[in-house]
Design a protein around this ligand. Structure first.
Ligand SMILES: C[S@@+](CC[C@H](N)C(=O)[O-])C[C@H]1O[C@@H](n2cnc3c(N)ncnc32)[C@H](O)[C@@H]1O
Length: 297
């Protein structure tokens, strides 16, 4: 399956306000947004892209433009690479690429049999196989509720523990079938394992903590008037984004002096932008995308 960049024109129009600026694409993926940024900037502009996924890095290395650099690291480490007030625009297009689901060996898909890996960076950290075969019932249940809003989390975690006592849980289809077989309700639209797979993926990749940490760094490294564009795919991500950009003053009672606090303020210049019906028709994955745009003031 091809990967279609979501809200491409809309996001890059906001992001690139000057063609000799310094830009960051935090989520290179298959390079849809990065390539568009590179088309817009001229040779004095510069784009640095990040991705955790070694396959994304392989794609990025094919780009030979001199004003482009790819970094194989998590976007939560932005501040290792950039100084304060040094960047004109930062883009986040969160979550997975369609291509992650194409390769069964990555373990993201409940429709294709493969090892239960689910790491964006499969050269680093703990895979789902390692975790799911040692986690306690209550740990599994907590992940299913917190990151998947799976109301049958208790039932599913119990079944995982019971299956584990007979056979280790190693394959995507093994886990998907286990969930399907005990799921109490018939699901018309989605596979019964949809929410569980989402929850495990978010947990294994530490997606929400890394997003929050990265947005905090982004707020420092972006210049005054610089732009941060975010594209989120579910409310857990979107809530973190909204919270991070809430005016800070609101958190302090009026009588506490703020002299020593450096207050960084952002204006939301576009909120809740959704893909058009046409885009959703061509790329159904885009249907849950929510774009927000913030400017440092
Ligand atoms: C939706 S895709 C980006 C698609 C890209 N905009 C395009 O048009 O091809 C999200 C990408 O972000 C990467 N990713 C997710 N979390 C990350 C993190 N914490 N740091 C760096 N990359 C991350 C994933 O590996 C994936 O390749």
């Amino acid at each position: 399956m091809l990967h279609f960049p979501v809200l491409l024109e809309e996001s890059i129009d906001f992001l690139v306000q000057k063609n000799d600026g310094t830009f960051i694409d935090c989520t290179f993926g298959r390079g849809g947004h990065s390539k568009n940024i590179l088309e817009k900037i001229h040779k004095n502009g510069f784009l640095t892209s990040f991705d955790k996924d070694p396959y994304a890095i392989k794609f990025a290395k094919k780009i030979s433009q001199k004003n482009f650099n790819i970094i194989h690291d998590s976007f939560c480490n932005l501040n290792k690479y950039f100084k304060e007030n040094s960047v004109d625009g930062i883009l986040y297009d969160l979550g997975t690429c369609s291509t992650h689901f194409d390769d069964p060996e990555r373990g993201f898909s409940f429709n294709k049999d493969g090892p239960l890996d689910m790491r964006f960076d499969n050269t680093n950290g703990e895979s789902l196989i390692e975790w799911i075969n040692k986690a306690s019932e209550s740990e599994i249940m907590k992940i299913l509720y917190t990151y998947g809003d799976e109301k049958h989390g208790k039932l599913i975690s119990k079944e995982i523990i019971s299956e584990r006592q007979k056979n280790p849980i190693l394959r995507t289809i093994q886990l998907a079938d286990l969930i399907k077989n005990i799921y109490p309700e018939k699901q018309k639209k989605n596979h019964p394992a949809t929410k569980s797979f989402q929850a495990f993926r978010i947990f294994i990749n530490n997606e929400l903590d890394e997003l929050e940490e990265s947005l905090r760094s982004a707020q420092h490294i972006i210049k005054k008037n610089g732009i941060i564009v975010t594209i989120a795919f579910h409310s857990l991500e979107d809530n973190i984004i909204k919270n991070c950009f809430k005016p800070k003053e609101k958190h302090y009672p009026r009588d506490i002096p703020l002299n020593n606090e450096r207050i960084i303020t952002f204006k939301c210049i576009a909120k809740k932008i959704r893909p058009s019906n046409n885009e959703i028709k061509t790329n159904p994955r885009s249907r849950s995308a929510i774009m927000r745009v913030f400017q440092k003031i």
